[in-house]
Design a protein. Structure first.
Length: 276
């Protein structure tokens, strides 16, 4: 996969976790004695390269606190499907580690005990030994929300494990034939109108690389964002190539779908016919 050279506004990374400084709060506050792990940030205060987390609670009282840890502001049980961007860490002696998180639109942000969250999976189809295991992963894992929505766009086309494993070795180019398959349609390489990228938060001209008008690139720079808008771009790209909903619905049982979708990682979507 090509290395991407960009810093996205909503993105966050644990670039500077080795650097820390004492909290500057009042001595009697909850923050007294804590260590805040600093992140490398852009001039506007946004952090770079995101780490995505999902809610993973085992108690009914899994709260998010405000950034000073003086007030409970949300119960995570009310956000089972939310994607959280990790923006920082606070270590509290005797209490463990708290994550500072935000939603992509920054409307919700606060401190959460790290045990209430789990990192998005970075697994590709090649990490699974069977089709059943990969299918279960797609059906249940929080990181596969977009994949589940994509499959609904192709209601009569089965997910193909072998084709999916093949896509995990590709990025922006595909051959015209793959062993066992024909009529290869590399959907994720379909082009979008450049204007589609203009409204992406944090997207600037520096991201306009040679492949930057492709569907998979759109999905990469919007990772973690709500699924509906990202699927709409899939339908837009399909329609631009003559793949209407009617045409997709008419595909016979020989057609298969290969999917590899890692948020902030490898992304490929291929439609093909089996030769068997």
């Amino acid at each position: 996969m090509k290395q991407r050279g960009f810093k996205l506004g909503v993105s966050l990374a644990l670039v500077g976790l080795g650097i820390s400084q004492p909290a500057t709060a009042h001595a009697k506050s909850w923050l007294s004695g804590t260590t805040t792990h600093q992140l490398l940030t852009q001039p506007n205060g946004d952090a770079n390269s995101p780490s995505l987390y999902a809610t993973s609670v085992t108690t009914k009282k899994a709260y998010m606190w405000n950034l000073k840890h003086t007030k409970k502001i949300h119960n995570l049980n009310n956000y089972p499907k939310t994607s959280w961007y990790l923006v920082g860490k606070v270590t509290k002696p005797g209490k463990g580690v708290y994550y500072q998180v935000t939603t992509y639109d920054k409307k919700i942000k606060g401190l959460v005990w790290n045990k209430y969250l789990t990192a998005y999976s970075q697994k590709t189809p090649r990490n699974f030994k069977s089709a059943a295991a990969y299918t279960k992963f797609i059906q249940t894992d929080p990181s596969q929300k977009l994949t589940r929505a994509i499959l609904k766009v192709f209601p009569n086309v089965p997910l193909d494990f072998q084709l999916s494993k093949y896509t995990a070795t590709r990025f922006d180019s595909f051959p015209t034939s793959i062993s066992g398959y024909k009529n290869i349609v590399p959907v994720s390489t379909f082009s979008l109108d450049p204007s589609d990228f203009k409204n992406i938060q944090g997207y600037t001209d520096e991201f306009n690389l040679e492949f930057s008008n492709k569907l998979y690139w759109y999905w990469q720079v919007t990772y973690g964002q709500p699924v509906a808008g990202r699927v709409a771009k899939l339908q837009e790209a399909l329609a631009s190539q003559g793949w209407t909903a009617e045409k997709i619905a008419s595909l016979d049982s020989s057609w298969r779908l290969g999917v590899c979708l890692v948020e902030n990682g490898q992304i490929a979507l291929v439609l093909a016919q089996t030769t068997k």
